[in-house]
Design a protein around this ligand. Structure first.
Ligand code: SF4
Length: 383
């Protein structure tokens, strides 16, 4: 008889801030699947796993963790060679699981992320059961987080959130993308700004941390200012703990891309998007949360800080860019989108011959729309 593989499920996504987290998949796919910029689950339907099957996965993780801990020496270091030898007898799928647990433990074994795109679509009581079991099997876990769609989150009561918090849910990530009803409708997000506010307030009232995502430029040129100002309004109302910037990229094959091809949607330039971020910072008065720029698709990843205390610093960083002559702004966009620099400071480190080549590319494209399309095309490789 063939031996059963010792594996657990691993889903496709997690926020960058959960790079070192253990991934526990409690659902698969997304309940909505209609956002016009998203292709993530286009070919799969939503699945909620039974509590028993999730507990089996947790048990498997605990079993692997026990094996992996044997390779930690008394001084805290790890015997990678012995670990690699242990993996040799495993199947490819088992190696993936074991490797994830090992990496997690090496990185402290502190945080867990419950996957997938809209995990809180699972009834709260089921999530509570999962959290309780997870915390029992891994008592040293410090933080558990998950993703939730704003519309789903708006239907969960403060009481339910309190139960989730008591069972060990510490933070919820939600892709709000925008606080403008017009933009939300344009991108078919299936949620309103009021629902976002309800969701955000309920989560915070229960003491759970909230991390929301703002997609600068997703409303296109026509709704650029509206996107920034209305998102700032939602941020002011909720005061989320984190506002994470995800600059919009209109990817080939998406609904928004088709609308752009038909001329019904106008791409925002890199400058439009940065201006949106500037406005969001400027108009988020009273918000004590942290603006996080933890993705390479953001033009100025160095703009980061508390929305109250670091407001002026962040605004002046952006203003430094806007004070550059237009050709230098384009040069920076090109360098950034080519992955050559990570901040404005790095521009001085580019070799002269490379700079010359880039200047030639910039001078060849004189039409603004053509330039914006080129930049968008370059950004597609990052998502
Ligand atoms: S809710 Fe999230 S995962 Fe679902 S379609 Fe929209 S962006 Fe994609």
């Amino acid at each position: 008889m063939e031996e059963k593989q010792k594996v657990f499920r691993i889903g496709p996504i997690r926020p960058p801030s959960e790079a070192n987290s253990l991934l526990l998949q409690i659902t698969e796919g997304c309940t909505w699947n209609r956002c016009k910029f998203c292709q993530l689950y286009k070919h799969s339907s939503f699945k909620a796993f039974s509590v028993d099957s999730i507990k089996n996965d947790i048990d498997m993780m605990a079993e692997y963790a026990e094996i992996a801990r044997k390779y930690q020496r008394d001084d805290g270091s790890w015997n990678h060679k012995a670990f690699a030898e242990e993996m040799e007898s495993m199947t490819y799928a088992e190696q993936n699981c074991f490797y994830m647990i090992y990496q997690w433990l090496i990185n402290g074994g502190e945080n867990v992320f419950l996957q997938d795109g809209n995990s809180l679509a699972l009834r709260s009581q089921r999530v509570v059961e999962v959290l309780t079991y997870l915390r029992k099997r891994f008592p040293l876990i410090k933080r558990v987080t998950t993703y939730g769609r704003a519309e789903t989150l708006s239907k969960i009561s403060v009481e339910e959130y309190k139960e989730l918090k008591a069972a060990g849910l510490d933070r919820i990530h939600s892709g709000f993308e925008s606080g403008s009803d017009k933009v939300l409708e344009l991108i078919s997000k299936g949620v309103t700004a009021e629902q976002e506010i309800t969701a955000g307030k309920n989560i915070k009232a229960a003491g759970i941390e909230l991390s929301v995502y703002f997609m600068a430029g997703v409303g296109g040129k026509d709704l650029s200012e509206e996107n920034a100002l209305e998102t700032a309004r939602v941020v002011r109302e909720i005061n989320p703990d984190f506002v994470r910037i995800r600059t919009a990229v209109i990817k080939e094959g998406t609904e928004l891309w088709r609308e752009y091809q038909k001329g019904a949607y106008k791409l925002c330039s890199d400058n439009d998007k940065l201006l949106e971020i500037r406005k969001l910072i400027e108009y988020s008065q009273g918000c004590t949360g942290i603006l996080v720029s933890d993705h390479i698709i953001n033009l100025m990843q160095e703009v980061f800080g508390r929305l109250d205390q670091d407001r002026e610093k962040m605004l002046s960083m952006i203003d430094r860019y806007f004070a550059l002559p237009p050709d230098e702004q384009r040069l920076f966009q090109l360098a950034r989108r080519s992955g050559m620099v990570s901040s404005l400071e790095d521009m001085s480190k580019i070799p002269k011959n490379r700079l010359l080549q880039m200047e030639q590319v910039c001078s060849r494209i004189t039409d603004d729309s053509e330039w914006d399309e080129k930049i968008n095309e370059m950004m597609m490789s990052y998502i």
